[in-house]
Design a protein around this ligand. Structure first.
Ligand code: BTN
Length: 310
């Protein structure tokens, strides 16, 4: 597909581009239109961009992607069991480091804590990345944070919303879940993300708990463009951490934390429930909590959940 042509028409921002200025042929326009991109044709003025394809477009993702590891190979599926399973199956070969699997729908999508993850076909971003991280980065907590930071930053950049990360793996807006991260380890390590994009409404039982970009912005979005930015963002943080160590993610995580600087209740596996002001958050050493009595350091792996109380 001629993505340079698609980009040229889209860059005109709804204005018509004369046919004699197009960087491609009419046959290539037809190919883009057949994939689902929406154009308006005018006999004199030419062609104008009217909307994205409802399908995830692998060519649009790969065009000038410029990543180091994440997205070195990309596969887009219509229907899979779980993108995490498919990525894990490719772990027999190290050449698949950075492989990205995307799907329009999953028949057995997994959430964290044994829950399922389901979303209407063609509505969301369901993505898994296969990685073979060095020991310093092969930590489920750190990789979960990587996924959450990347989603939160991409959503903030592309929409102006202010997503926050609820420990450990939820990306939320106004207290409702927009995305979740599930990292699983087998032969390789798979980082899976589900991001609710074009879901117009949720069933009653989820309405107070979950949200989507369409609900928050009142319009559907180009999922392919979001998927592309997400791959670039994951790669950026991954590459920086390869060079400078896992601590390089800390500042970005802190900037998007839902809890830092708030009065919180922390539920831990080792020392029960603790209340206080969360004054420090570090992905390696954990949380620094100022309780009424003193300052406590809680190891991240002991933290089950955190709830804001202010
Ligand atoms: C959570 O419960 O918050 C984690 C949700 C993770 C869902 C994603 S969707 C893509 C990938 N494939 C799966 O089966 N799960 C993850």
């Amino acid at each position: 597909m001629n993505i340079a042509l698609f980009r040229q028409i889209r860059a005109a921002d709804g204005a018509f581009v004369p046919l004699n200025q197009l960087v491609g042929s009419l046959a290539e326009i037809d190919e883009l239109a057949a994939f689902g991109f929406v154009f308006e044709r005018h006999p004199i003025h030419g062609l104008a961009y009217r909307g994205p394809s409802p399908r995830l477009c692998p060519d649009q993702i790969e065009f000038e992607l410029g990543t180091n590891v994440v997205g070195r190979r990309i596969a887009v599926w219509n229907r899979v069991g779980s993108t995490n399973d498919l990525a894990a199956k490719a772990a027999g070969s190290r050449a698949n480091d950075g492989l990205v699997i995307l799907a329009e729908t999953q028949s057995s999508g997994r959430g964290s804590r044994g829950r399922t993850w389901s979303s209407p076909s063609g509505s969301s971003i369901l993505i898994s990345v296969l990685l073979f991280p060095p020991k310093s980065l092969d930590d489920l907590g750190w990789l979960t944070a990587l996924g959450a930071v990347a989603v939160a930053e991409v959503v903030a950049d592309q929409t102006g919303l202010d997503p926050r990360i609820k420990w450990p793996n939820d990306v939320r807006v106004d207290g409702k879940k927009l995305a979740g991260v599930l990292v699983e380890r087998g032969l390789g390590t798979v980082l899976g993300i589900g991001l609710n994009v074009n879901i117009a409404e949720f069933p009653d039982e989820l309405r107070d708990l979950a949200t989507s970009l369409e609900i928050l912005l009142g319009r559907p979005l180009d999922r392919t463009e979001i998927a592309r930015s997400l791959i670039q963002r994951l790669d950026f943080h991954h590459a920086r951490a390869l060079l400078h160590g896992p601590e390089s993610l800390d500042e970005s995580y802190r900037a998007r934390s839902e809890h830092l600087g708030h009065r919180v209740e922390v539920f831990t596996s080792a020392s029960g429930q603790l209340s206080g002001n969360l004054v420090g958050l570090d992905l390696r050493s954990g949380l620094t909590l100022e309780t009424d009595a003193d300052r406590v350091l809680v190891a991240g792996r002991e933290v089950v959940s955190i709830v804001n109380r202010d």
